[in-house]
Write a protein that binds this ligand. Structure first.
Ligand code: ADP
Ligand code: TRP
Length: 321
């Protein structure tokens, strides 16, 4: 089984990225041949600062490795170090109906928010399809917001297979129900673009303040809260605390007697403890950047072998070779 996923270097990674995509991806690395990459080409659709892109790319590498991505088990690389993927994107784009891309929620949401879209943003799912198809991927672990893009990938692969003969493996998205959409500090989906994130490796004071500022309702501590499972701090605590700890807090809130301040304090403590060992590993890796760069280069040279093979298959099928 081949597993593949990517993440954009578009800013500091947050709990939504971690629980929605990174943790499932890290757990899957023991279950098959895993390909994970930093989608720096994709980041070009919305980030136009080269120094920032370079810095973010290294940060994503550090974050992912610190969180447990094992470069011995997984192939970890920068998307642009396998440039074959852009050629495959062209082969795919010629078979992609405009309507398929016009229906993509992620594109429509960005336009609705007032972003003036470039062609890259519109064609983004085609490059993502190339990312997935060029490694004959079977499983793509992602958060719920990426599900439609994997479905578009399947549609494009089917069209190519029908037009030029069976060439591509059809991938399946893998989305975990419990962490499909991690809420942000405002209760909406946590996202870099909504300014509601809790970073995985945020500064202690900054994150403490974000957590202590979570907006709760005006019920007194003594009041029982039968809707405890709807509470934002409880939802986040469920992610970062052990099940018995989380259940104890949820029960105390339900019964009455637990103040929101104490609940938020517990949330911060468990968040901080949850990433303590990763934080230490990240500091070690950050002191050895050459080692991190060499992991990415080694990953790319392994990924490229497969990418070249699959691209050749597609070129032949399409009558280019
Ligand atoms: P952002 O919305 O912050 O820009 P990305 O689009 O870069 O995040 O997402 C990277 C990965 O993390 C994707 O697989 C995405 O589905 C997942 N992800 C992002 N935010 C969340 C969230 N709040 N809950 C679950 N998964 C998420
Ligand atoms: N679009 C994904 C995101 O924003 C990143 C990505 C690019 C990706 N190519 C991919 C994810 C291929 C999975 C598979 O999160």
């Amino acid at each position: 089984m081949r597993i593949l996923s990517g993440i954009q270097p578009s800013g500091a990674l947050h709990l939504g990225n971690f629980f929605g995509m990174m943790k499932p991806a890290i757990e899957l690395q023991d279950r098959g041949e895993a390909y994970y990459f930093i989608a720096n080409y994709h980041s070009m659709t919305s980030l136009f600062d080269p120094a920032q892109r370079r810095a973010n790319t290294l940060d994503v590498a550090l974050d992912f490795l610190a969180c447990g991505l094992d470069p011995v088990k997984s192939i970890f690389f920068k998307q642009s170090d396998v440039p074959e993927v852009t050629e495959l994107a062209w082969l795919l784009t010629t078979l992609t109906p405009m309507g398929l891309l016009e229906r993509c929620h992620s594109f429509k949401d960005k336009v609705a928010k007032g972003i003036s879209p470039n062609h890259g943003l519109f064609a983004y799912p085609v490059l993502m399809a190339a990312d997935i198809l060029i490694y004959d991927s079977n499983i793509v672990p992602v958060g719920r917001d990426q599900k439609q893009h994997v479905e578009v990938t399947r549609d494009i692969a089917i069209k190519f297979n029908e037009t030029y003969g069976t060439t591509f493996v059809l991938p399946e998205p893998q989305i975990r129900d419990d962490t499909a959409a991690v809420p942000g500090t405002d209760g909406q989906k946590m996202s870099k673009s909504y300014g509601n994130t809790i970073e995985i490796f945020g500064d202690e004071k900054v994150i403490r303040k974000k957590i202590m500022s979570l907006v709760m309702d005006s019920r007194t501590p003594a009041e029982p809260k039968p809707d405890a499972e709807q509470n934002l701090a409880v939802k986040l605590l469920k992610l970062v605390a052990a099940p018995q700890v989380f259940t104890e807090f949820e029960d105390r809130l339900r019964a009455g007697g637990l103040g929101y301040g104490d609940l938020k304090k517990a949330l911060f403590d468990h968040y901080w403890a949850c990433f303590a060992s990763a934080r230490a590993r990240r500091a070690e890796l950050a002191a050895n950047r050459d080692h991190v760069e060499s992991i990415l280069l080694e990953g790319a040279s392994r990924a490229r072998i497969l990418a070249q093979r699959v691209l050749k298959r597609a070129r032949r099928a399409a009558g280019i070779d």
